[in-house]
Design a protein around this ligand. Structure first.
Ligand code: MOS
Length: 709
């Protein structure tokens, strides 16, 4: 049957709230995740991790383990397949050797993979893995990030490590008001609900993986290079993903699953445990940041210096580019930023939701609050007076910078006008009350992607794109975008994602996923609609149009493109117990066209809640003696729970960028930016005490006390 496609007025699905198209499957359990998809003849791998923080493996007593029930193999550095790590990966960086398991006998940190035990069942593999005795020649280690690190060096992954203009000393000397303060943030972990999990198997000469990741073609590219395979002979599928936040790229679980599947010639599954994720999944480096701000009496900045120090492992360079926040937020006559890193005997950190911006905005936006206090200016007014005309470092024009509008709307809704700027003025019984604010920005980038859209004879459509829905609602967003582009309704559009065979596409990362994929889907859908408008008969196999946005994205004008936000928090502090409660929080964002208000609100509030968690709870503590974590689990690593976030509201303003053909900006990360600073600034307002070290734990609140308490 052939039906003509309607080309009447476009429907308006984008901008109206839709529940997730896969929501029913997820709540009923029909949606399968990587670690639970059944495979015939499946074997299970269990990783054995090092128990020393530095040294060499001298022996592995594998024989008794191989004799245990169900055990099929033990892979370690003596017998594992060799991999190639000498390449530059998709994201412009070398692979972290942590994922290239079992290539040598060196141990660079505690929790380093030293063996994989493979058995018929997961329980047998675990039992055997826990029985494996590994002998080490231990060496002294250093995991201590606090303190001086003269050996630290400037580094940046995507941009210069150092930026500078103007003479800092001159401008600081000429400033009426100076803030010079050091801020610190601890080691933080993503530890999403679904652990990293992969099943690998060889099928007719093709390597197939079912995996949990943020980009199927990304993982294909890395695995192909590691194992010297033709990328066309590798297929990765990732249908549902229970969170990623930056940690779900190529990691040791996929690589060891491939190794074992190759050796055993049967499907092998490797799932990380919660505890293993603390050393194998990446994390956010702790930071020490120094901010020097100098301003005229009216608050106009003359000097801004932002220096950040973070940690990396001894085997791979990764930097938390916290000083980057200052490169796009505020200008000054003398403007200097540097990101430095120190190598310690710890696992390699990685991208974690708003890498750089999250800790960077805590330091910068806290320092701005301190400057406002010293200038006797309202913190919002100080920011408005320092709105730059062009990118402070890039010199490029801003393609829409709606920060001011966010503050105006946020201040109105939060009731900021009535605020007494003096600290320690409001009480509610034993609680001291305060409010705080902070600005947020996050880059609105886009990356080339390909998509295919098919019109079927029955009037429905299929969209295929190698996108990843890591819990963001991307699948639903793309359904709405495609429906509008095709002038149809969402129920007629079937979006298929998470399969590398759909062709290259941007990863779910950098807040660029939905923006990049929507671009490709729209391009294909537009062309398909044009072809259908010519009255083409739709054959049984449908009519398919493919798109590739490489050229279109390359043609985008050079500009500073960002999302913006204004964060507001009200806290109550009990200085006797040290308890800090966030009573309410409001974020107003300018983030382009909002595709699905329902899931978008969840993205924003999710980020804000993480900001609260960062401000008050999260901290991975490393034991200097062992070099490992104290409490590497979700009992020891505290995150905000429902009781910690009674009222968190997010909303947005009109934000139109005429130079951008899609008009969608990313919303995955902006919500966390500035959130911790807003809470910390509110704690100062409540108590009169500045907390420059996160998290603002009860013991720190008690220790710092409160003036006149
Ligand atoms: Mo994100 S930290 O770009 O997955």
């Amino acid at each position: 049957m052939t039906t003509t496609t309607t080309t009447a007025a476009p429907t308006r699905s984008v901008g109206t709230g839709h529940t997730r198209v896969e929501g029913r499957d997820k709540v009923t359990g029909a949606a399968r995740y990587a670690g639970e998809i059944p495979f015939a003849d499946l074997a299970h791998g269990w990783l054995v991790l090092s128990t020393v923080a530095r040294g060499r493996i001298t022996a592995l007593d594998t024989e008794p383990v191989l004799a245990m029930p169900g055990v099929l193999a033990v892979l370690d550095h003596r017998n594992a397949p060799r991999v190639d790590t000498d390449y530059i990966g998709l994201l412009g960086t070398r692979p972290d050797p942590t994922c290239a398991a079992f290539q040598h006998d060196r141990v660079p940190y505690l929790g380093w993979p030293v063996a994989l035990v493979v058995a018929e069942t997961s329980e047998q593999a675990r039992e055997a893995a826990e029985s494996l005795v590994v002998h080490y020649e231990q060496e002294p280690h250093d995991v201590d990030f606090t303190g001086d690190h003269p050996e630290a060096y400037p580094l940046d992954n995507h941009g210069p490590a150092v930026t500078g203009k103007g003479d800092l000393d001159t401008e600081l000397a000429a400033s009426a008001v100076v803030v010079d303060a050091e801020y610190s943030t601890p080691e933080e972990h993503h530890n999403m609900m679904e652990p990293h999990a992969a099943t690998a198997r060889w099928e007719d000469g093709r390597l197939e993986l079912v995996d949990s990741n943020q980009g199927a073609t990304w993982v294909v590219g890395e695995l192909a290079k590691l194992f010297s395979l033709d990328p066309a002979s590798v297929r990765v599928r990732s249908e549902h993903v229970g969170g990623g936040f930056g940690s779900k790229g190529v990691r040791v679980h996929q690589v060891t699953a491939v190794m074992a599947a190759t050796v055993l010639q049967r499907p092998v599954r490797v799932v990380l445990t919660r505890r293993q994720m603390f050393s194998l999944a990446g994390y956010r480096s702790p930071t020490t940041q120094r901010l020097r701000l100098g301003a005229d009496a009216d608050g106009r900045l003359r000097a801004l210096e932002h220096s950040s120090l973070s940690v990396t492992s001894t085997v791979h360079e990764f930097i938390e580019s916290s000083a980057g926040a200052s490169r796009v937020m505020y200008d000054a006559d003398a403007h200097h930023t540097v990101n430095r890193v120190v190598r310690l005997d710890v696992p390699t950190p990685t991208w974690m939701r708003a890498p750089g911006e999250a800790p960077g905005s805590f330091a910068l936006e806290s320092a701005f609050d301190e400057l406002a206090e010293k200038c006797g200016l309202d913190p919002i007014e100080l920011r408005l007076r320092n709105e730059p005309d062009r990118g402070p470092v890039s010199g490029l024009p801003f393609a829409g910078r709606n920060l001011t509008a966010c503050f105006r709307e946020g201040a109105r809704r939060f009731g900021w006008a009535d605020r007494d700027p003096r600290p320690r003025q409001r009480r509610d019984g034993r609680w001291l009350l305060g409010t705080g604010t902070a600005a947020a920005s996050f880059p609105a980038g886009a990356a080339p992607s390909t998509a295919a859209v098919t019109a079927h004879p029955d009037g429905t459509y299929t969209v295929k794109i190698s996108a990843a829905d890591i819990g963001t609602g991307a699948r639903t967003a793309l359904t709405l975008v495609a429906a509008d582009a095709l002038h149809t309704t969402p129920d007629r559009v079937h979006v298929r994602i998470g399969d590398s065979d759909f062709g290259p596409a941007m990863i779910a990362g950098g807040s660029m996923g939905t923006r990049s994929w929507s671009w490709a889907v729209t391009a294909a859908a537009d062309e398909l609609r044009d072809r259908l408008a010519l009255g083409a008969e739709i054959p049984a196999e449908g009519i398919t149009v493919r798109s590739d946005t490489t050229a279109a994205i390359g043609a985008l004008s050079a500009a500073e493109r960002h999302s913006y936000g204004a964060q507001f928090a009200e806290v109550a502090v009990d200085v006797a117990t040290g308890e800090v409660r966030v009573r309410r929080m409001l974020g107003i964002f300018a983030a382009g066209r909002i595709v699905n208000p329902l899931t978008a609100r969840g993205q924003f509030t999710g980020g804000m809640i993480w900001g609260i968690s960062m401000a008050l709870h999260e901290e991975a503590v490393r034991d200097r003696a062992s070099g490992g974590h104290v409490g590497a689990d979700l009992a020891g690593y505290h995150v905000a729970t429902n009781a910690d976030v009674p009222s968190v509201e997010a909303d947005w303003i009109e934000d139109h960028d005429p130079s951008d053909p899609v008009g969608i900006k990313g919303i995955g990360e902006i919500g966390i930016v500035g959130a911790a600073a807003a809470v910390a600034n509110a704690v100062w307002h409540a108590t009169g005490v500045r907390h420059r070290a996160l998290p603002i734990r009860p013991d720190r609140v008690i220790e710092e006390g409160a003036p006149g308490a």
